[in-house]
Write a protein of this length. Structure first.
Length: 363
């Protein structure tokens, strides 16, 4: 085996560094204006009522040199669009006032350096209720399922405060990819089957909570951009996808191939965690129609309703950390994941399981 002298490695590194410096000086300054790595979020997990104090987190940013930040709280309509700046609300905290009733609130951050500036904003709070003891959102609704034509999405209610009993109704919406325009689909069940007309758009659900004192609504985060279900496997599968009903005759089983958490690490209990799970069989083929169960161990997050993988072999869930979710440096939360076929016996069949974990970090 050829061994390269250490001094040669060092010399090579110096030459490479010199070339990079020359290239940099030839092209001028790098155009590394701020880029948002993790979007801003509202970190206070409290009911959105008049008098409540919200705390905004700027998220995470990259960019050259020193970054400076400017903050602005926004008042938006109950669809979380048509937002307007609130006069004087330029701190990381904001106390909800009576003028906010019937509206939602967002936290906007502008990061700036010598190369320019970039603006990003948080997801919206729930609608600030207009009446005392009417339902007030504590944590938002979530959606489980895969954003693929023909797949079924399932909504959760979120967490609400107010006089019991509270009832819930649903209105599914589709939005453009930038989520600057959204419209109701007319579907009002707790589940929604993704339509061909949704391709290229995002889906979300609006949940209205109602009790004897009044009603208010909250919005889930949007799904990924909807993909067509006719891709024959997608996801890098090279057209080698198989339906779950066709797995097993030759002894194949399901495997939980990949689990991706976003954000990772988790730095807040207020921001839902997006989990994307890829299922294959033991021949390495992507599997469509496999049901996926995921639960934190111990249970410190919401547990989504089992949903099937799409034509790309994946399913995505939005799960909400609970108040006892540990936010600690050097810590991880473990999840149990199971892929299975509907109708198979619990202790047999073709199911596959996996233990995974997501890191946490204290801001």
């Amino acid at each position: 085996m050829l061994r390269i002298p250490r001094f040669a490695v060092v010399l090579g590194s110096v030459l490479v560094l010199g070339a990079l410096l020359l290239a940099s000086s030839a092209t001028g300054r790098s155009q590394a204006k701020p880029s948002n790595v993790q979007e801003p979020f509202i970190s206070s997990k409290i009911a959105v009522v008049v008098g409540a104090k919200l705390i905004g987190d700027r998220g995470k940013w990259d960019g050259s040199g020193t970054l400076t930040y400017a903050y602005q709280w926004l008042r938006c309509n109950n669809n979380a669009i048509n937002c307007k700046s609130i006069n004087g609300a330029h701190e990381t905290t904001y106390t909800i006032v009576k003028a906010d009733q019937g509206n939602t609130l967002r936290f906007q951050v502008t990061a700036k350096n010598s190369e320019g500036s970039t603006t990003a904003m948080s997801n919206a709070t729930g609608e600030v209720p207009s009446k005392t003891n009417a339902p007030a959102e504590i944590s938002p609704p979530t959606i489980s399922g895969s954003a693929v034509v023909g797949q079924r999405l399932t909504a959760t209610n979120g967490t609400w405060q107010g006089t019991d009993p509270i009832s819930y109704s649903y209105s599914w919406q589709t939005c453009n990819a930038a989520v600057t325009s959204c419209s109701a689909t007319g579907k009002t069940d707790q589940t929604y089957t993704v339509a061909a007309s949704d391709v290229g758009r995002r889906v979300r659900v609006r949940v209205t909570a109602k009790n004897s004192a009044g009603s208010s609504s909250g919005l889930s985060d949007t799904t990924d951009v909807v993909a067509s279900g006719g891709g024959g496997g997608g996801g890098g599968g090279g057209g080698n996808a198989v339906n779950v009903k066709d797995v097993g005759p030759a002894g194949e089983r399901l495997t939980v191939d990949k689990v991706v958490f976003n954000p990772n690490p988790v730095t807040s209990r207020s921001v839902p965690i997006r989990v994307t799970i890829t299922v294959k069989d033991t021949k390495g083929r992507l599997v469509q129609g496999a049901l996926v169960f995921i639960r934190s161990t111990p249970i410190v997050t919401s547990t989504p309703t089992d949903a099937p993988t799409g034509a790309d072999g994946t399913v995505s869930y939005s799960i909400q950390p609970r108040s006892d979710f540990p936010i600690k440096n050097g810590f991880s939360v473990q999840f149990f994941v199971k892929a299975y076929r509907s109708g198979d016996p619990t202790l047999s069949g073709i199911s596959g399981t996996r233990l995974v974990q997501v890191a946490t970090h204290k801001p």
